[in-house]
Design a protein around this ligand. Structure first.
Ligand code: ATP
Length: 245
């Protein structure tokens, strides 16, 4: 079996010491793979991502049991700067880009930890190769981009530090079907370049299309897991998440 880049074991998370949002969640992302976490509203997908990116505290949540290991290291024992240096990066949630900064300056901000100017320029060039529309709009302010372009900029910002594991929070949210497809293709390209991806998606069709494996969360627990092909062929998944029967 390939080495896991991320392992989540028996994770439990509660908000405000009371609301149990995750119970006994276990999953693994093998190095070089794309894993999707699917589930409907309120299933706990964002909570899982917050636990991994350690942003639960800011919203009143806390890990109450379980472990999260990144490259074999227990994240609870590591500080935020280690995590970023080790290559675990989340694309800004909800397309939180800097609206008043240009596309180029947004990318520069994403690459602020990259000290070497040449490496930073190379990273920006890679992002522009992946998202040609961002190259065209490099001098435009982020706030003037369309929703899809803002999503691309959010992903581009995260890619500036050349992550080993990229966390994506519902990149298809609010996008027209054609754009969803385009974002899916871009995730496939990011994967092909060697980056592992954990993709949180409510759009199960898109998640299963780009992922090697997927987990389905229901009310805070893993209800199903398997290869994307296996899950896509499961009647229950088809009925409930893919809208086909
Ligand atoms: P969505 O797609 O709507 O974001 P989700 O699958 O990401 O759904 P979560 O946002 O993780 O689900 O929510 C899981 C549960 O935790 C829900 O019952 C939700 O109400 C609760 N929850 C989420 N954030 C908070 C918070 N900051 N404080 C209290 N409860 C919260």
């Amino acid at each position: 079996m390939p080495d896991p880049i991320l392992t989540v074991d028996d994770l439990a998370v509660a908000y405000d010491g009371a609301v149990q949002a995750l119970r006994g969640v276990s999953l693994r992302v093998d190095t070089g793979s794309v894993v999707a976490v699917l589930g409907s509203n309120g299933a706990g997908k964002t909570t899982l991502l917050r636990a991994i990116s350690r942003s639960l505290g800011a919203v009143g949540g806390a890990v109450t049991a379980g472990t999260i290991r990144f490259q074999g290291e227990d994240l609870a024992r590591r500080d935020a700067s280690w995590v970023v240096r080790a290559g675990l990066v989340q694309a800004p949630e909800g397309r939180r880009i800097f609206r008043d900064l240009t596309v180029e300056d947004n990318l520069r901000a994403g690459g602020y930890t990259v000290r070497d100017a040449v490496a930073r320029k190379e990273a920006a060039d890679r992002v522009f190769d992946l998202f040609p529309i961002l190259a065209e709009r490099r001098h435009q302010r982020g706030g003037l981009l369309s929703g899809g372009q803002q999503q691309m900029l959010a992903m581009g910002r995260a890619l500036m530090t050349s992550p080993t594991l990229l966390l994506l929070d519902e990149p298809s949210l609010g996008l027209a079907p054609q754009l969803v497809e385009q974002i899916g293709d871009i995730i496939a390209q990011i994967h092909a370049q060697g980056t592992s991806v954990l993709l949180i998606e409510q759009n199960a069709a898109m998640g299963l299309r780009v992922a090697d494996r997927a987990y389905v969360l229901e009310v805070g627990a893993v209800a199903a897991e398997g290869s994307s092909a296996e899950l896509a062929a499961t009647d229950d998944i088809r009925d409930r998440y893919l809208g086909v029967s």
